[in-house]
Design a protein around this ligand. Structure first.
Ligand code: ATP
Ligand code: MG
Length: 262
C-alpha cells in the first residue's frame, strides 16, 4: 500500500528584491509517496532550488503549504537530508568527522557516531578514506562523503539539488548507479533535481517537469523503465520515447521563457 509522505499544496514563493518582486514558484502541488524516487526537471531559473529549499525548511513559502508525514514544515527540517552540487563539506574536518557531524550535534556518543559513520562511509565505497580531508579527494569522492553525511543523520527524505552536475560523465554514471542501489536498499524517499533528462530517467520512479518561472507542475511521468537501468535500458525504445516527450516539454518552456523575457 502506498502512503503519502510529502504533500506540497498550492505552494508559491515570491521574493521581494531591490528590482521588484520575483515570483519564483507559483501554485505548485505534488504528493510524494514514502519510498518514492522523484526527479524534477526544468529550465534554468524555473524555481527548482527554491522548491527544494522550502522542503528543507530553509525558507517559508509565501503561499500554500508543505507537509511531511502530516506536519507542516515551518523551520529547518531534521527529517530531511540535503546534498548540494558543491558538496558543502567542512574542509578542516576528516571524512569521518564530516560524516559524523550531524549525529554529534544530537549528542550521540563518539563511539556510536563513529561506528555508524564508518558503516555509511563503507556503503558509499570510501572505506580506507576515513582520515582523509576533503581537499585530498576527487569531486566524485567528495560527493560520496556528502551522500554518506546526509544518510548518517538517518533522514526520512533525501533532497538532492543537482548533486552530480559537476562530475565527469563516468563518475556521474557510477554515482547514479550507487544512489539507486542505496535508495532501493534503504527505502528512503528521494527528491532529486536535475537538468539532465537522462539522469532523471535513470534514477526516478516519477519525473516531474516544471514550467518556466514561476515554476509549477507542467507534467508528471510515471517512469516504468525496468531496473537495473544499465546501458541496455538507455538505448531502449521506451527510454528514447520518454526522453523525447520530456525534452519537448522542457524545450517548450525554455522557448516560452525566452519569448517572455524578450
Ligand atoms: N533569495 C532570493 N532572492 C531573490 N530572488 C531569488 C532568491 N532565490 C531565488 N531567486 C530567484 O528565483 C528564481 C528561481 O531561482 P532558483 O534558484 O530556484 O531556480 P533554479 O530552477 O534552481 O535555477 P538553476 O537551474 O539555475 O539552478 C530566479 O529568478 C532567482 O533569481
Ligand atoms: Mg538551482
Amino acid at each position: 500500500m502506498t502512503e503519502t509522505l510529502i504533500k506540497i499544496q498550492n505552494v508559491s514563493m515570491t521574493f521581494e528584491t531591490r528590482k521588484g518582486r520575483v515570483e519564483a514558484v507559483s501554485d505548485f502541488s505534488l504528493d510524494i509517496e514514502r519510498g518514492e524516487f522523484v526527479c524534477i526537471v526544468g529550465a534554468a531559473g524555473c524555481g527548482k532550488s527554491t522548491l527544494l529549499n522550502m522542503l528543507a525548511g530553509f525558507v517559508q513559502p509565501t503561499g500554500g503549504s508543505i507537509s511531511l508525514d502530516g506536519d507542516i514544515i515551518k523551520s529547518v527540517e531534521p527529517r530531511c537530508g540535503i546534498i548540494f552540487q558543491n558538496y558543502a563539506l567542512m574542509p578542516w574536518m576528516t571524512v569521518l568527522d564530516n560524516v559524523s557531524f550531524g549525529p554529534r550535534l544530537k549528542y550521540i556518543s563518539k563511539k556510536e557516531r563513529h561506528a555508524a559513520a564508518r558503516l555509511w562511509i563503507e556503503k558509499v565505497g570510501l572505506k580506507g578514506f576515513e582520515d582523509a580531508y576533503p581537499g585530498e579527494l576527487s569531486g566524485g569522492m567528495q560527493q560520496r562523503v556528502a551522500l554518506s553525511r546526509a544518510l548518517a543523520n538517518e533522514p526520512d527524505v533525501l533532497l538532492c539539488d543537482e548533486p552530480f552536475a559537476a562530475l565527469d560523465a563516468m563518475t556521474r554514471q557510477l554515482m547514479q548507479e550507487e544512489l539507486v542501489r542505496i535508495q532501493r536498499d534503504t527505502g528512503k524517499t528521494v527528491l532529486f533535481i536535475t537538468h539532465s533528462i537522462d539522469e532523471a530517467l535513470l534514477l526516478s520512479d516519477r519525473v516531474v517537469v516544471m514550467s518556466a518561472r514561476p515554476g509549477r507542475v507542467k507534467a508528471v511521468y510515471k517512469n516504468d523503465l525496468p531496473h537495473p537501468r544499465k546501458m541496455e535500458v538507455q538505448i531502449s525504445e521506451r527510454f528514447l520515447e520518454l526522453k523525447r516527450e520530456v525534452w519537448d516539454l522542457v524545450q517548450e518552456e525554455v522557448m516560452r521563457s525566452i519569448r517572455e523575457r524578450a
